[in-house]
Design a protein around this ligand. Structure first.
Ligand code: SAH
Ligand code: SF4
Length: 441
């Protein structure tokens, strides 16, 4: 059967869609060229904000109306449960994020409608990859137990569970033998790797570098794989920003000097209410440690504006924290109450227009800050992994430096561009807020 998957939401969802694609290909199905060409369409949904859920459910509704075999997977399914068929009466199947390993069987059985909410993540769904790329996502930890007041992720993605280190190392070895040069390790809180359930067992040799914390130890093990050029990871919680982590960044050149460290707010009152378990000062101490190691260390973040009770003063505290941390990039979200979360019991009292204003203020601050940060790099030489021709201008190539900054460079007519996945040296000649321009050294 020819299938197509539409993906909404975070990198976890991108990774889950890839696993479903790999499993369907292994079961003998083929990827469709377009929606018209597809016999089966699956929508992978997000529910972290209400708008995200509406988009995915709306898209699914349109597909159902077109009379295609239609499936819905991901976080919105887990949240809606049985109601998913009330919202989408023509839907054929719905599968929660931990039950995606069942999709090939559901398609083969053909008994519809069917709902699978599942609790156990199946191993195929964790380890199946589509062959051919030079970059791969690798899930190291699923679920989350942090229970930040605003967040629905723990309800839909279940308890935190770290995969055994040996399984992850074997998976990365196999990816590298198939041409992968860069892995991005995924989890809601990757620095909590191996803290809730043991990821290393007695049979594993001790860390050669004397690492005692499970996540830095995993980085050490992956850095010993020949042919793996880059190791990235996301997302992180400031609590896990330990001295051993800093040592791993310093010791292993493959570990990219970038951290996505969601701060959410710069106000201690709001942070406490959110249940984030750090203060503004502790957050800034973590970022200072990373920048002391490397002033060009790239820091990115997530911020929520318009959280219940957020005053102008709280908002200004967020603004000043963002300047103090000097974020290279940031993602701003307007607060959206999610049913069943702690903060949903509070009045959503920041007016929409004010949320919009705060969003715009932070975006324009980031534009200025991003430009300032990037300008410092003009004249320096950065190591860039070549990715391919730039989407906007085919005479240019595009890649990323270790800090995950996009770098573009001109490829002269007749010049053989670098091969995708190779590391090249580029001198930075110009800077914009979101992009650097380089030239071959
Ligand atoms: N596990 C990640 C975040 C996952 S959700 C972490 O903790 O780092 C991605 C981002 O969505 C969050 O960082 C937060 O900024 C935003 N978000 C989560 N719930 C939200 C809500 N109810 N309203 C608005 N934004 C939200
Ligand atoms: Fe949500 Fe907090 Fe868990 Fe991140 S750490 S997924 S924001 S509950």
């Amino acid at each position: 059967m020819k299938f197509l998957i539409h993906t909404y939401g975070c990198q976890m969802n991108v990774r889950d869609s890839e696993a479903v694609e790999a499993m369907l290909l292994a079961a003998g199905h083929a990827k469709a060229e377009s929606e018209d060409d597809a016999e089966l369409v699956i929508v992978n949904s997000c529910t972290v904000r209400q708008k995200a859920e509406e988009k995915a459910v709306g898209k699914t509704g349109n597909l159902c109306a077109a009379g295609k075999l239609t499936g819905l997977m991901g976080c919105a399914v887990k949240r809606l449960g049985n109601d998913v068929f009330k919202r989408l009466p023509k839907l054929d199947f719905a599968v929660g994020p931990r039950a995606i390993g069942l999709i090939p069987k559901i398609v083969a059985d053909g008994c519809f409608p069917r709902l699978e909410l599942g609790e156990e993540m199946m191993s195929d769904a964790l380890s199946s990859h589509v062959k051919g790329g030079f970059q791969a996502f690798v899930t190291i930890l699923v679920g989350c137990d942090n229970r930040c007041s605003y967040c629905i992720v723990p309800d839909v993605r279940g308890h935190e569970y770290s995969r055994p280190a040996r399984e992850i190392v074997a998976e990365v070895r196999s990816l590298v033998s198939n041409g992968v040069k860069e892995v991005c390790l995924l989890g809601q809180s990757v620095l909590r790797y191996g803290l809730r359930n043991a990821a290393w067992d007695d049979a594993d040799a001790p860390s050669p570098g004397g690492y005692t914390e499970p996540f830095p130890r995993l980085l050490e093990a992956l850095a010993s794989i020949d042919g793996l050029k880059r190791i990235r990871f996301t997302s992180a919680h400031p609590k896990g920003c330990t001295d051993e982590l800093v040592r791993a960044y310093q010791e292993f050149p493959q570990v990219c000097r970038h951290l996505h460290l969601p701060v959410q707010s710069g106000s201690d009152l709001i942070l406490a209410d959110m249940g984030r378990h750090y203060t503004r000062a502790e957050y800034l101490a973590a970022t200072a440690k990373l920048r002391a190691m490397d002033p060009e260390f790239s820091l990115t973040t997530d911020v929520i504006v318009g959280y219940p009770g957020e005053t102008e003063e709280d908002f200004e505290a967020t603004r000043s924290l963002m300047d103090a941390a000097g974020f290279d990039n940031s993602f701003i979200f307007k607060y959206s109450p999610r049913p069943g979360t702690r903060s949903a019991a509070k009045p959503d009292d920041v007016p929409t227009a004010e949320k919009e204003r705060r969003d715009q203020v932070l975006l324009s601050d980031q534009e200025r800050r991003g430009l300032e940060r990037n300008r410092r790099l003009v004249g320096t030489v950065r190591e860039v992994m070549a990715e391919g021709p730039s989407k906007r201008n085919k005479a240019r190539w595009s890649g990323r430096d270790g800090g995950n900054r996009i770098v573009v460079w001109d490829v002269a007519e007749g010049e053989v561009p670098a091969s995708a996945g190779s590391l090249i040296k580029l001198r930075i000649i110009d800077a914009h807020a979101q992009i650097l321009v380089g030239e071959r050294e």
